[in-house]
Ligand binder design. Sequence first.
Ligand code: NAP
Length: 259
Amino acid sequence: IMAAAATRLISRLTLVTGGGSGIGQAVCQRFASEGASVVVADISQESANETLGRLQGDLRGQSHMAAVVDVSLSFVAAVDVVLSLQTRYFQPPSVCVNAAGITQDDFLLNMEEEQFDRVIQVNLKGSFLVTQAVAQALVACGAPKGSMVTVGSIVGKVGNIGQVNYAASKAGVEGLTRTAAKELSRFGIRCNCVLPGFISTPMTDKVPEKVLNKMKSLVPMGRMGQPAEVADVCAFLASDDSRYITGASVEVTGGLFIG
Ligand code: NAP
């Protein structure tokens, strides 16, 4: 006998950046299966549409869409996205997951200034712009509640060779999220961060086999994670099941780097 699927997000409008691939795509799928309307936002139209095509949409009142968004662009661009959602759905998203992110690895001794800036621009500033635009819209319309989820990384806590820019951006995302949680609690908006470890996605497909094997040997659970395993935690944080949790960082790492 199969347990009934959880439908904790019925009639919630959700915005997922980086929804075209990997973890963001899995979040979109999980949210749709829980009854949410999903806005798949990605820099690539093609991948956003591909995710859109995979979404379940047979639950009450569901209506999904794809949106081309470069999260790193500007405050105005982020506000535009939220405004266009308000025009179409007559409400701002009450759940927002910031999964858009990039890597541009190099050793500290070799890293170019542009590589550092670009990764901060997308991962950290992009999370700020989108979180701010959604929070402003929620507060302005007097929405009773909201849940913001950012995607950090375990690397932001412990560092990783070749990722001085990425680790800095992800540590920044955690600090941003904790601060947003403190400021936005009074408006009923919760803000939490998930910290994935090594998850099998197009991002980690770029890592050489030798390095991946070394990484796997460091994971107490002995394997890489799946995007759906991160998406499950995002669905929990988006839903009222986590109603007393804010400012938290949740590691989804198979035990990597404990202690
Ligand atoms: P992914 O498969 O590369 O997905 C990231 C998505 O974000 C891609 O669709 C990408 O589009 C999009 N994107 C890139 N720049 C963007 C921008 N400026 N505006 C909007 N969208 C943009 O990577 P992933 O592994 O799923 O990563 C998702 C998040 O999890 C990232 O924040 C990443 O840092 C974080 N994370 C991943 C792991 C892991 O092991 N995979 C571990 C810890 C944290 P394009 O493909 O067209 O560039």
